[in-house]
Design a protein around this ligand. Structure first.
Ligand SMILES: *Cc1c(COP(=O)(O)O)cnc(C)c1O
Length: 358
């Protein structure tokens, strides 16, 4: 039986989407084959790919001076691809470090470009995040990189900063959770396996003018403009993940779009944080204004009870609540596919556990 899955990624996918997949898994629309077995250049697959792209453009209200790319390599690959493409502009970039992922982006990026780390909350264990508009941005930065939602620590920068440098965001765990103003960014990237679909696909949304400045000395597969020229089919794309992402985009559209999910996601998160804050047994260390809506981290008053909590929650149909191995504690990832009911059942379990062992 399917249970409530709080995994940070690869994460839960709506059952509606999976049922729809199941109905066409063996044979896609009288094509005689499944989607996994058809040429990515066939007419039928080209239609799947185009539709996914245009649905994403519609849901996110992406202006037409932006390109949407369907790439591989995960968000981690973007940690290198971004500096490779834009290093030649000024040779330096500004990075904001608010958690494990931005720290990795910085470490990987440093191998390629000179990085000014204009902020780091590592001293406070990444429990806070800055107002980027108030930071001192370097005069010669080619771009400014940040992560609006740090998946591991569960912190967030909710407002998109207005700055006069190209803004780049790792939106892996927050994309499609609410409407955003794409026009404020030069580049947005996201691995699909959090809030989009199965692993293997990476979405890049890039300002076409910024894209035109990519480094033309790079091999084609490393250049955004070359992926764009070939409609993200420079080589065989992850056809199944792309097709599934398309199904998720349709599901989002049919559910009421990003306004609907924004409301639902805030409702889920505020219920859970509200319960945690009202309890003396559970706590969350992140600054109130920087709490993630998608990844809710919490610790028990006695860490000696962690393994019991995980064991019992699992038996009660609440899966993958273990925090990331690097920070311990618990984490409930409550992306779009987690219904309110799942969060309510988690809270019921937390109450029960506290009353039994607290
Ligand atoms: C999961 C995640 C990554 C790493 O994604 P991969 O697709 O595994 O490379 C990077 N950044 C953020 C914010 C993430 O949540």
């Amino acid at each position: 039986m399917r249970q409530w899955n709080f995994c940070a990624g690869p994460a839960a996918i709506s059952e509606e989407v999976l049922q729809d997949l199941k109905s066409e898994l063996l044979e896609y629309k009288n094509s005689g084959t499944s989607v996994m077995e058809m040429s990515h250049r066939s007419e039928i697959y080209t239609k799947i790919a185009h539709e996914a792209k245009s649905d994403l453009i519609e849901i996110l209200n992406i202006p037409n001076n932006y390109e949407v790319l369907f790439l591989q390599g995960g968000a981690t690959y973007q940690f290198s691809m971004i500096p490779m493409n834009f290093k030649h502009l000024t040779g330096t970039a500004d990075y904001v470090t608010t958690g494990t992922w931005t720290k990795k982006a910085h470490a990987e990026g440093s191998k390629i470009i000179d990085i000014n780390e204009i902020y780091s909350s590592e001293d406070s264990n990444f429990t806070c995040a800055p107002d980027i508009e108030k930071l001192e941005i370097s005069e010669n930065a080619s771009y400014v990189h940040y992560c609006p939602n740090e998946t591991i620590q569960g912190n967030a920068i909710h407002d998109v900063p207005n700055i006069n440098k190209p803004l780049i965001a790792d939106m892996s765990s927050v994309i499609l959770s609410e409407p955003i103003d794409i026009s404020k960014f030069s580049l947005i990237y996201a691995g699909a396996q959090k809030n989009i679909g199965p692993a293997g696909l990476t979405i890049v949304i890039i300002d076409k003018e910024f894209m035109s400045m990519d480094d033309n000395s790079l091999p084609n597969l490393l250049r955004y403009s070359q992926h764009s020229k070939s409609n993200s089919m420079l080589n065989t794309p992850p056809t199944f993940a792309w097709y599934m992402a398309g199904k998720v985009f349709k599901w989002i559209k049919n559910s009421g779009g990003l306004d609907y999910f924004k409301e639902l996601n805030h409702k889920k998160a505020s219920k859970l944080y509200g319960y945690i804050d009202g309890s003396s047994f559970y706590s969350n260390p992140v600054d109130i204004n920087n709490r993630s809506i998608m990844n809710v981290t919490f610790v028990l008053a006695e860490s000696g009870l962690d393994s019991l909590f995980l064991e019992e929650s699992n038996t009660n149909g609440l899966l993958s609540l273990k925090g990331h191995r690097s920070i311990g504690g618990m984490r409930a990832s409550i992306y779009n596919a987690m219904p309110l009911k799942g969060v309510e059942e988690l809270i019921e379990f937390m109450k029960y556990f506290e009353s039994k062992y607290g």
